[in-house]
Design a protein around this ligand. Structure first.
Ligand SMILES: *[C@@H]1O[C@H](CO)[C@@H](O)[C@H](O)[C@H]1NC(C)=O
Ligand SMILES: *[C@@H]1O[C@H](CO)[C@@H](O)[C@H](O)[C@H]1NC(C)=O
Ligand SMILES: *[C@@H]1O[C@H](CO)[C@@H](O)[C@H](O)[C@H]1NC(C)=O
Ligand SMILES: *[C@@H]1O[C@H](CO)[C@@H](O)[C@H](O)[C@H]1NC(C)=O
Length: 196
């Protein structure tokens, strides 16, 4: 009995090690969403499909971007902040949260949260109405990514036949947030953004 257990255990260990960069594992949705809706996330990297190559230059004009989910009594809002040079641009979108992601009230776009091995990251896949993946966005709380986490994201983008990911500069300041809730600490936000 214990020998059998040991063999099964060894097989499981070797499977989980060798499967690290297999697409089947890299593209799977997650089911634990709770932690995602808390606090602010900074954009770390983006992956775009070849059909969106016209969007690459626009994407690169952002110095930084961050998002924050706001859970008000009966509705969820996705708040976004983008910095371009010295100016900040803000936008809010109403969203409906589902089992493994959310959808926008005003666009035919659904978002699915995907697996990532980075513990303080969040990965979103944007699909159009025919459920074709359009974009991948990797967000980080600390904005400090390990080399293997970056490599994993590149592999994930490749699994979706995307262009090589665009990496954000983590030293660029984030826009100040206009959220007055205990989830957002403006002092934290400032130190985060000024980290050089
Ligand atoms: C939003 O807040 C309500 C009330 O606290 C809670 O029941 C719900 O699960 C929250 N939604 C999300 C997506 O966190
Ligand atoms: C987004 O919503 C928050 C909270 O309601 C509000 O403080 C902020 O001004 C809104 N931003 C925009 C751009 O509408
Ligand atoms: C979303 O898709 C439906 C069905 O294809 C269409 O009727 C509707 O106009 C679309 N809405 C937007 C905002 O594009
Ligand atoms: C969705 O995107 C795919 C390619 O990514 C495209 O072929 C398809 O026409 C798009 N569908 C809609 C309804 O926009």
């Amino acid at each position: 009995m214990s020998v059998l257990y040991a063999i099964v255990f060894l097989c499981l260990v070797s499977v989980s090690n060798s499967a690290t960069l297999v697409c089947e594992d890299l593209v799977r949705p997650i089911d634990q969403l709770d932690h995602i809706f808390v606090g602010r996330w900074a954009l770390a990297a983006g992956g775009l499909t070849t059909l969106q190559s016209a969007y690459v230059e626009k994407f690169k004009t952002r110095d930084s971007a961050s998002i924050h989910f706001l859970n008000e009594t009966s509705k969820m809002t996705l708040m976004r902040a983008f910095s371009f040079g010295d100016s900040c641009y803000y936008s809010n979108s109403s969203i409906t949260v589902g089992e493994s992601g959310f959808s926008f009230a005003d666009y035919n776009t659904t978002v699915t949260f995907l697996y990532t091995s980075c513990p303080d990251c969040m990965l979103m896949r944007f699909d159009n109405e025919s459920k074709d993946p359009l974009r991948l966005y990797l967000f980080s709380r600390s904005r400090e990514m390990k080399e293997e986490e970056v490599e994993e994201f590149k592999a994930q983008a490749k699994c979706f036949n995307m262009l090589p990911p665009i990496m954000m500069d983590p030293t660029k300041e984030l826009c100040p947030e206009h959220v007055s809730s205990d989830l957002a600490d403006p002092n934290d936000a400032t130190t985060d953004g000024q980290k050089a």
